[in-house]
Design a protein around this ligand. Structure first.
Ligand code: KIV
Ligand code: ZN
Length: 518
């Protein structure tokens, strides 16, 4: 890779997936890995193989399927058993990377590791050497580097490179740094680590102060040539640096950064939607690059300027990021062919029976709603993705609500492994609460609703509503998303999605070990 190309290291499947409620099944991880390959990501951090058998399996599957198209990376603590497990998971990947990390800051040394500086250096060297036994491509991360004494950071970095690390990643683990501070750290390493030219300098910034992207860009200015990031900035707490923001900043301000990436930016919007759908984490409307409002120019003065020349107020074209807006698309007389073409244009490949199913829903929607937009069609398609993994489906429901009645919901459901129809009813504070309780009764899971958000997908009072729920079951968090022109139906779908996720998790017992989580 040339010096003016930034390596994009995506950690959505590792650091992103660690975020509460964002865990993914192996099938979902495969779907994400495929999208990341199509996006043009250079390195995919596929997981933390020692954390659980499911993590191991996912890394192995991704390594086998995509290890010739992107470099597949697995994370390990500086422990022999972690490294051997990661090496085993990655061994079938043509391009594989071992990523080992060990905390170096005084706070972590004293309170977490209870290790002295010499011990840390020795352990890091030994474990980088061990990782080298599995591949030449070894990355070392001094965890909490941004709060590590600079002299010690230089020492660890130099020794890790001498032991064979080909990438040294500088994490701002707790999101404490600021752009000029982070610039100085990277510059200091470049100027004071004698063998620094033998390794690529990488950044890994968390967003606790909202500075993850700014810090990553500062690091690039100081000489870093790899950026670790996640789609939509997914990640624990305030998340990681957002891939789409870094990539578009570099592209839009090439005059300033003078570097490029291998990312196919036209895939950014669809990849963002995929992650949002799979994790159930909504993307805020005004989120840079991939938010629904990112390219909406409402103010009259802006619209006037845009009509004269788009560059008056537009620094990127919506097409550059594959933005799908509220284009008016088809009417109910458009026909199946036109519909199929539109689906293809939106980037979906559906088999004929699914096209027919979604088309029938589209006709039903067009009957209810005056205007059908691209975003409506995407919502219909996405409602079907992943449904084969759901144990429970909702056939029909009925709710009663009003000021002088006890809100009640009755429903009929099916379980994937039986023909039996399950019926139940419940009362609640309102129709949504009643239906949530009825769903819980049938599925047999008691959940606590911890977040509930409703928003419209497009404009107009007949717009489809999108509901996101977050539930807590036995201290585990699950998300679900549902869409309908009827808010109660959208709420029921979202809640059932989250319950289905909880049911799968309970059945497979696939909890990651928190002890092993960095
Ligand atoms: O934030 C962090 O320090 C990490 C390391 C494992 C790289 O995620
Ligand atoms: Zn991290």
């Amino acid at each position: 890779m040339s010096g003016d190309t930034i390596t994009i290291f995506d950690t959505t499947l590792r650091d992103g997936e660690q975020s509460p409620g964002c865990s993914m099944t192996t099938d979902e991880k495969m779907e994400v890995a495929k999208a990341l390959v199509e996006l043009g990501v250079d390195v995919i951090e596929a997981g933390f193989p020692i954390a659980s058998p499911d993590d191991f399996k996912a890394v192995q599957k991704i390594a086998r399927e995509y290890g010739s198209q992107a470099t597949i990376c697995g994370l390990s603590r500086c422990r022999a058993e972690d490294i051997d497990r990661a090496g085993e998971a990655l061994k079938d990947a043509e391009k594989r990377r071992m990523h080992v990390f060990l905390a170096t800051s005084a706070i972590h040394r004293e309170h977490k590791l209870k290790m002295g500086k010499d011990e840390i250096v020795q352990r890091a060297v030994e474990m980088v050497e061990r990782a080298k036994g599995f591949t030449d491509d070894v990355e070392f991360s001094p965890e909490d580097a941004a709060r590590t004494e600079l002299d010690f950071l230089c020492e660890v970095t130099e020794k890790a490179i001498a032991a064979g690390a080909t990438t040294v990643n500088i994490p701002d683990t707790v999101g404490y740094s600021t752009p000029s501070h982070f610039f100085n750290i990277i510059r200091h390493l470049k100027e004071n680590v004698p063998n620094i030219e033998q390794a690529v300098i990488s950044t890994h910034c968390h967003n606790d102060l909202g500075l993850a992207v700014a810090n990553s860009l500062s690091a690039i200015e100081a000489g870093a040539r790899q950026v670790e990031c996640t789609i939509n900035g997914l990640g624990e707490r305030a998340g990681n640096a957002a891939l789409e923001e870094i990539v578009m900043a570099i592209q839009t301000r090439k005059d300033h950064y003078k570097v490029g990436t291998n990312i196919n930016t036209k895939k950014l919007f669809s990849t963002s939607r995929l992650i949002s759908r799979i994790t159930g984490m909504l993307v805020q409307r005004n989120k840079a690059i991939v938010g629904q409002n990112a390219f909406a120019h409402e103010a009259g003065i802006h619209q006037h300027g845009m009509l004269q020349n788009r560059s008056t107020y537009e620094i990127m074209r919506p097409d550059d990021v594959g933005y799908v807006g509220t284009n008016l698309v088809l009417g109910k007389h458009s026909g199946r062919h036109a519909f199929k073409d539109r689906v293809k244009h939106l980037g979906y490949e559906l088999d004929d029976s699914l096209v027919q199913e979604v088309f029938d829903e589209f006709i039903a929607l067009a009957d209810k709603k005056k205007d059908v937009y691209d975003s409506d069609i995407i919502a219909l398609i996405e409602g079907h993705v992943g449904e084969s993994q759901d144990q429970w489906s909702l056939d029909r429901f009925h709710t009663v609500a009003g000021t002088d009645v006890l809100p009640t919901a009755t429903l009929e459901m099916r379980r994937e492994d039986s023909e039996e129809v399950f019926q139940d009813a419940a009362t609640g504070d309102g129709p949504v609460d009643a239906i949530f309780r009825a769903l819980e009764r049938v599925v047999g899971i008691e959940a606590r609703l911890t977040d509930y958000q409703v928003r419209s997908i497009s404009s107009g009072k007949d717009a489809q509503g999108e509901v996101m729920v977050e539930i807590n079951v036995n201290d585990q968090v699950f998300h679900g998303k549902g869409v309908s022109t009827d808010i109660v139906a959208a709420s029921a779908r979202a809640y059932l999605k989250a319950l289905n996720r909880a049911a799968v998790e309970g059945a497979s017992g696939s909890e990651g070990s928190t002890e092993a989580t960095p």
